[in-house]
Write a new protein. Structure first.
Length: 136
């Protein structure tokens, strides 16, 4: 069974960006304006699992999660078509997120997760406060 039920669905899903999404860009812009420097789309533990924003010196990994892909409790939707394919896939994403958090924390990293719907200003303030606290 194909993952896309229609050609329109296929085009829509293929157009989703893995990095440099609007929420990420907004948060990064605010952090940069605050004088913070970071790595983008970086794998803190090596391998394929990448954080959106990483402060290597302070071992902070920031993930900006999409509501659909990562199961936002407020905005997640469940596909009606191809649900036999999509529901397990979306659950694997959530499980992988929890596993990644656990691996990073056990390696001494601080994990910050935010949702794409959160106000970039609030997310950036939260991250900036954390980094400034770690600096002292």
């Amino acid at each position: 069974m194909s993952w896309a039920s229609t050609e329109g669905s296929r085009r829509s899903m293929r157009s989703n960006r893995r990095r440099d999404t609007k929420p990420e860009l907004a948060i990064r812009s605010l952090l940069h304006a605050a004088g913070l420097r970071y790595r983008v789309d970086f794998a803190p533990m090596g391998g394929r699992r990448r954080a959106d924003i990483v402060f290597t010196r302070w071992r902070v990994a920031v993930f900006v999660d999409g509501c659909f892909w990562h199961g936002c409790p407020l905005h997640a939707t469940h596909p009606k078509r191809n649900s036999d394919y999509w529901l397990p896939k979306l659950q694997r994403n959530i499980d992988r997120d929890r596993e990644t958090d656990e691996q990073l924390r056990s390696s001494g990293w601080i994990v910050v997760r935010c949702w794409e719907h959160e106000a970039p200003v609030e997310v950036a303030k939260r991250i900036e406060h954390l980094i400034r606290r770690l600096r002292t």
